[in-house]
Design a protein around this ligand. Structure first.
Ligand code: ADP
Ligand code: MG
Length: 684
């Protein structure tokens, strides 16, 4: 065992079966084994006396078995083992469930260290299923213990033993990707110390030092990777456009662009007139009018003699954009087309031919538009709607196509500026921080479940007036069951249809549905053929049904603030006053603060800021939404300071060695490659 990539099967105690289970955790060789970091650490270092235990706390006590353990068979599948232990201060009663064999492991008169949760009362303290070992063993007690995320077939014990062996085997061969200079400048510990102490810390101080180093490394690699993408873009040559008179475009609009929209358009035009291709994120709250910014860019590109393509995440959104953009642009002499999966083969062929011949100036479609064999005569601009579907790597891949077209990404997820700088390290950002005038706010209420009858009446009233409603029900499972999304939504819909609204037209969509089926129902709702749409959060971001005025969210405590805000953004899109009702019986202070924030403001940026503070960015973005490598140790909320240092270090390294060609930077380059590759995989 001398190579980092030695198969994990060579570790003592790991055979075929365990290797298979470990593979599920991404552990295949020694390196991935020791890079599998704990999710928590338990303080089993301090040994306490029984009299100092407070009820509810986890602690270690050293105590002697005072009487022979008593086993009893309660019924089939339920065996108890009761053991009385004492130390110099008091008595503790232990109960073990279904482990009758422990009877022989606990010998009267012998002293053991027990670790568990103190239960019972102050006069009769108990522990259930404590972990224990003979005194002075120091294997699972008397130290800080790492706790690993597990999978079936793998116990904490197996993890501890295997990782211990892995660390010993790798001790002298662990490569340090951080150059010495960076390490000493930023006061970071050596890689060996970091790996040892992230797993088996000598003390909590040592753990903090290890964690800081590994977090730094992770953020440093992320920043370096993003900076690299950004700098490489600087070397690319895009289609350089020239400024034109935009007034014909502005004059056909039924309204004036807001100041923020104008600034975003100016940013984009400036980019497109420069030498390198544009790579800009246009970020604006729901309803801030991002589509018009795109329209302006499309007009600009067409008048410069190039084509534009717009990608939407779903067919429905593509159609919606087509309906709103085509009439406007056709009026200005721009030839538009819609190319989605559902157009006939013949139409598709004809559109493809026209695109190749340069007879179409602007095409809207789904992602396939760019990925597949569609040729453009001169593709100048790619617009991607709803950025989170397209990760960093997709954007990079995109830029490689069609002679580096300009890229404009639009996102409705408002991200606080500090974070945007980092997450979108390779993008320039325009923020639309202003809504078109006259926009009504959505009145928002947080209510307990007892308000259901009143809210159902409220929905009924709105439907009677010709309006529509969304009901979002989240997945709530009891502790040990994984909620079944399909069942939850279907059951709820059936209940609503049978018991509450037998006379109304109700549809439901959930994530387990086939895309086509989902779109059919969404489309029925868009065309007002349904009064109520019940769904999980699958209702597409960006779907525009101005006639919908009520958004009801069940178990609102299940959602993050930004997600609630996105959902609320589905209403308040037309001339009718709209409402959002958040149901929750949660007593948690956190939840109350969050829901309160929703009722107080309609401003997505304020909400995002609050969300970030309350939950941290991991949850904030949801799972992998950003398409960035997932971070193993870093917590972007707590580690902001470190993030800035890492970014600084990344720039220092790249300034000295822009392509990471120095031998001491080879490790960095390899790791970045791996990180971004796996991020790309996880997006698909
Ligand atoms: P989003 O940023 O969520 O994509 P949209 O581009 O769909 O927002 O715009 C929302 C609505 O606001 C559309 O109906 C659009 O026509 C309208 N709109 C956009 N810009 C303005 C403006 N400057 N003044 C008035 N209405 C506008
Ligand atoms: Mg939009």
């Amino acid at each position: 065992m001398s190579d980092l990539h030695t198969d994990v099967r060579y570790v003592k105690g790991i055979g075929e079966a365990r290797a298979k289970s470990l593979a599920k955790l991404g552990i295949t060789d020694l390196y991935s084994l020791i890079s599998y970091f704990p999710r928590a650490w338990e303080d089993r270092a301090a040994i306490r006396t029984i009299d100092t235990l407070t009820i509810g706390e986890y602690a270690c006590v050293k105590a002697m078995v005072a009487a022979p353990p008593v086993a009893s068979h309660i019924r089939k599948g339920l065996d108890l083992l009761k053991v009385k232990v004492v130390d110099s201060t008091s008595t503790l009663f232990l109960t073990f469930f279904n482990q009758p064999y422990l009877k022989n492991s606990l010998v009267m008169g012998e002293t053991y260290v027990f670790y568990g949760k103190a239960e019972g009362t102050l006069l009769h303290k108990q522990m259930t299923n404590p972990i224990f070992e003979k005194e002075n063993a120091h294997q699972v007690t008397g130290r800080i213990m790492p706790i690993y995320p597990l999978t079936a077939g793998i116990t904490q014990n197996v993890m501890h033993r295997s990782i211990r062996q892995g660390l010993d085997a790798c001790e002298t061969i662990l490569p340090d990707v951080l150059p010495d200079e960076i390490r000493s400048k930023y006061h970071l510990c050596h890689i060996g110390y970091a790996y040892e102490n992230i797993h088996f810390p000598e003390s909590f101080d040592a753990l903090a030092i290890a964690r800081r180093r590994l977090t730094f490394e992770e953020l440093f690699l992320l920043c370096t990777g993003l900076q690299l993408l950004r700098r490489r873009r600087g070397d690319l040559h895009g289609l350089r456009c020239t400024p034109i008179d935009m007034s014909p475009f502005y004059n056909t609009l039924p309204f004036q662009l807001t100041g923020a929209q104008q600034r975003a358009v100016e940013d984009a035009i400036r980019d497109m007139c420069a030498d390198r291709p544009m790579n800009r994120l246009c970020q604006g709250d729901v309803g801030s009018g991002k589509t018009m910014v795109a329209a302006a860019c499309i007009y600009f590109t067409a008048k410069n003699g190039h084509q534009s393509a717009m990608m939407a995440p779903t067919e429905l959104l593509a159609q919606q954009h087509y309906r709103s953009l085509a009439p406007l642009l056709e009026n200005l002499g721009i030839r538009c087309a819609l190319l989605t999966g559902s157009v006939t083969a013949k139409t598709k062929k004809s559109i493809q031919a026209q695109l190749a011949a340069g007879e179409i100036d602007f095409v809207i479609g789904t992602q396939a538009l760019i990925a597949k064999d569609v040729d453009f005569a001169s593709l100048g601009l790619v617009v991607a709607d709803e950025q989170h579907r397209f990760g960093v790597t997709q954007r990079a891949a995109l830029s490689a196509k069609a002679d580096n077209p300009h890229v404009l990404v639009m996102s409705a997820t408002p991200i606080p500026r500090t974070l945007a700088l980092i997450i979108y390290g390779d993008l320039d950002v325009s923020v639309i921080n202003e809504l078109p005038p006259g926009r009504q706010t959505v009145d928002t209420f947080a209510v307990p479940n007892s308000y259901h009858p009143r809210v159902f009446q409220f929905i009924r009233k709105h439907v009677a007036q010709g309006r529509q409603a969304y009901i979002v029900c989240s997945l709530v499972g009891s502790d040990d069951t994984i909620p079944n999304e399909k069942k939850t939504v279907m059951d709820f819909t059936i209940k609503l249809q049978q018991d509450i609204f037998p006379d109304l037209r109700i549809g439901c969509v959930h994530g387990k549905m086939k895309a086509a089926e989902k779109e059919k129902i969404m489309s029925a709702f868009v065309h007002a053929e349904l009064d109520i749409l019940v769904s999980t959060t699958v209702i597409e971001v960006g779907v525009d049904v101005p006639n919908a005025t009520v958004m009801v969210i069940e178990n609102a405590e299940q959602f993050g603030l930004s997600q609630l805000h996105q959902l609320r953004g589905r209403v308040g899109r037309g001339q009718h006053k709209s409402y959002c009702i958040l149901f929750s019986d949660s007593k948690s202070e956190d939840t109350k603060t969050r829901l309160k924030a929703m009722t107080r403001t309609n401003d997505g940026f304020k909400i995002a800021q609050e969300d970030l503070v309350l939950r941290g960015p991991g949850d904030f973005f949801g799972q992998r939404q950003h398409g960035l490598p997932s971070l193993k140790v870093a917590d972007l909320k707590c580690d902001m300071e470190l993030m800035h240092l890492a970014r600084q270090a990344a720039n220092e390294v790249l300034d000295a060695d822009p392509e990471l060609e120095y031998p001491e930077h080879r490790g960095i380059s390899e790791k970045i490659h791996m990180l971004f590759e796996s991020a790309a995989d996880s997006m698909n």
